[in-house]
Design a protein around this ligand. Structure first.
Ligand SMILES: [Ca+2]
Ligand SMILES: [Ca+2]
Ligand SMILES: [Ca+2]
Ligand SMILES: [Ca+2]
Length: 256
């Protein structure tokens, strides 16, 4: 009498069948024969409780009655029995893993083009051939805007300037950090300290606070920088009085 009740619970007496281990109708891959001998049902350990037993386990025979079968499922198919989010009913997602236990990782998903990004600056190499993946992965970028994929300082749209060149690039583009094909100087303003009379300095061009003391150096080259107003004072270099800028110092020209 009790066995009949259990079978009715399991099979809902004509309704869709449910897994006796967890009541999940999606959990069935095989239907045990209710008329078969008790020992013909194979139970598999279900550590993560997702209703699918460890597919690596040989299982053990037992009665259909789920009583005393906690931690077991009557069908195998779980390829990762420590993770309830991985089993045959789960939808495949782009994570490098086989979520639905069909033996394939990330199969059946939309693929997108990715370009090699050797220097990991988020920009793929100019004109490179894309590979197709379902989602981002290290060493690959969604664009091919990197004119120097061996120098993470250089990429399309870079706004910073640098005073050491890109290795291996010829002079005309050795400082082309924003990949527009030319070297642009960061600082081009002159602030020459000249006297118009004893004790009187040439007034600075309007708006010029600081600038190059003599000429505008090329990319990466050093030049003297006048950081403050020109005053009649003793030149600390030679002890003579002249128009001079305090704290004059050498600066390397940065470019991009
Ligand atoms: Ca499981
Ligand atoms: Ca996956
Ligand atoms: Ca890159
Ligand atoms: Ca780069």
């Amino acid at each position: 009498m009790r066995r009949a009740t259990v079978l009715c619970l399991i099979y809902s007496c004509g309704a869709p069948m449910v897994d006796p281990a967890n009541g999940d109708p999606g959990g069935l891959t095989e239907t045990p024969d209710t008329d078969a001998p008790c020992s013909s049902v194979i139970w598999f350990p279900d550590e993560d409780g997702d209703g699918f037993g460890d597919s690596g386990s040989p299982g053990e025979p037992g009665c259909l009655d789920p009583e005393g079968r906690e931690g077991f499922a009557w069908n195998a198919g779980d390829c990762q029995d420590q993770d309830a989010e991985i089993n045959p009913t789960v939808a495949e997602v782009c994570d490098g893993m086989d979520n639905n236990c069909n033996g394939l990782a990330d199969d059946g998903l939309d693929l997108f083009p990715f370009y090699p990004d050797t220097d990991l600056d988020g920009f793929g190499a100019f004109g490179s051939v894309p590979s197709f993946f379902c989602g981002p992965r290290e060493g690959w970028a969604t664009n091919d805007n990197d004119c120097a994929d061996h120098d993470a300082r250089a990429f399309g749209g870079q706004t910073e300037f640098f005073d050491t060149p890109i290795a291996g690039f010829h002079d005309a583009i050795a400082f082309d950090f924003d990949c527009n094909g030319i070297n642009e100087l960061e600082r081009t303003v002159l602030k020459v300290c000249e006297s118009i009379a004893i004790n009187e300095c040439l007034p600075p061009p309007q708006g010029v606070v600081e600038g190059w003391a003599h000429w505008v150096p090329e990319c990466g080259k050093e030049g003297w920088w006048n950081p403050s107003e020109c005053r009649w004072m003793v030149n600390p270099d030679n002890g003579q009085e002249m128009c001079w800028s305090e704290n004059r110092h050498l600066v390397a020209q940065s470019c991009r």
